[in-house]
Design a protein around this ligand. Structure first.
Ligand code: NAD
Length: 361
């Protein structure tokens, strides 16, 4: 499977060069925030995009659903897009996942480009060719493997990204270090604070880690599964929060805490699954402590649902085999087992207990 070209510099020149001679129609997919904060910047820098149109979806994870894909398909038909048309996904992971899915299915697939604007999308979601949407309250159930023509990454967009969204993307970067590169993990946890300037120099290393894993195993038959570290429990916790009706949800919020973002859920999942790695795999207790401390430095402890409350979501995880809940577990910091490993209920419950007993310094 060919790989997408990924650019980190002069992205507006590269985009201009690509579209200058582009024969088909060009449409942007944005969400309500990136339409305001990011689209003007691109249009200002790329004069050849004067004739481009744009389609918009609502912002946030709750927008990653089939109704919005149908609206995008409908918008593409209304704009008379054909097989030669180009969709430019300008946004966070929701826009790149949903836009990639819409493009890869419209008229059996049109070309698309990802311009990620959140840290999470720059460091992770826009790269690797997984597209998709949530379905029936479950994460990423419907989708395709479909590569963008190119991915254009510029930290300039991070200037308008809310702080909690920056933190959320940082969790996936920490994951890259934990599964493949101890030095990357150490560089990241050593940061004094999370600002666009502080994190920008490390985006490329994160992308490089993901790119290499995907190149070896594009369709997630083996090695690519390590990118799901922290995600078995992370997804279940994220889904639990997404599916709460507002009253039940508010009962879970303490001191005005906000909803749990994808990366924040992954950060919690990484701690819980590090505990399981120490119980079921080779991770030492010293490294378990280093991981917990490193993650708590940037992701304050949250009130979690109980294991019983998320069990049903865990049972839907795509990695499960024969009814057993499977995890991607660490051997040590920088090394993740590429075989998923089942964990018993008692071990998972003990992981929740471990998290709730962690001391905040
Ligand atoms: N395909 C993959 O391989 C992959 C990998 C990891 C995560 N994901 C998916 O990515 C999604 C999460 O991505 P996300 O965290 O980017 O979420 P998101 O797309 O919802 O973006 C987060 C928020 O930031 C706003 N935003 C984005 N860029 C902005 C900017 N420059 N200025 C101001 N606001 C901006 C968005 O409007 C949104 O409100 C999840 O659905 C997750 O499942 C996919």
């Amino acid at each position: 499977m060919k790989q997408s070209l990924i650019y980190f510099e002069d992205i507006f020149t590269i985009l201009n060069d690509f579209i200058k001679d582009y024969k088909g129609k060009i449409t942007f997919l944005v969400d309500e925030n990136t339409q305001i904060h990011c689209l003007p910047l691109v249009l200002e820098r790329c004069k050849d995009l004067d004739a481009a149109t744009f389609l918009e979806i609502p912002a946030g994870e709750s927008a990653k659903q089939i109704g919005n894909v149908a609206d995008v398909w409908g918008g593409m038909l209304d704009l008379n897009l054909d097989r030669n048309s180009l969709l430019i996904n300008l946004g966070g992971g929701v826009v790149t996942d949903l836009g990639g899915f819409a493009a890869s299915t419209f008229k059996r697939g049109i070309t698309f480009i990802n311009i990620p604007t959140s840290l999470l999308a720059m460091a992770d979601a826009s790269v690797g060719g997984k597209t998709g949407i949530d379905f029936k309250g479950l994460k990423n159930q419907i989708g395709t493997f479909s590569l963008p023509e190119m991915v254009l990454i510029s930290p300039e967009f991070l200037e308008t990204l809310p702080q909690n969204q920056l933190n959320s993307g940082f969790a996936e970067m920490l994951k890259h270090g934990l599964i493949r590169d101890k030095k990357h993990w150490q560089n990241l946890v050593a940061l004094k604070s999370l600002t666009p300037d502080n994190v920008a120099p490390y985006i490329q290393s994160s992308v490089e880690i993901k790119r290499k894993v995907v190149a070896e195993d594009p369709k997630e038959k083996g090695l690519r599964k390590i990118l799901n570290a922290g995600h078995t429990l992370g997804h279940a916790i994220e889904t639990y929060f997404l599916n709460q009706n507002i009253d039940a949800y508010l009962n879970h919020l303490i001191n005005g805490e906000e909803a749990l973002l994808h990366g924040e859920a992954v950060a919690i999942g990484l701690i819980l699954e590090a505990y399981i790695s120490a119980e079921k795999n080779k991770l030492s207790s010293e490294e378990l402590e280093e991981i917990s401390k490193g993650l708590l430095k940037f992701f304050p402890k949250r009130n979690l649902p109980t294991y019983a409350e998320i069990k049903n979501y865990l049972l839907q995880d795509k990695k499960n085999e024969n009814g057993e809940i499977q995890f991607m577990l660490l051997d040590k910091i920088g090394e993740c087992d590429s075989q998923s490993i089942a964990a018993e209920e008692e071990v998972i419950e003990a992981a929740f207990q471990y998290y709730s007993n962690l001391e905040v310094h």
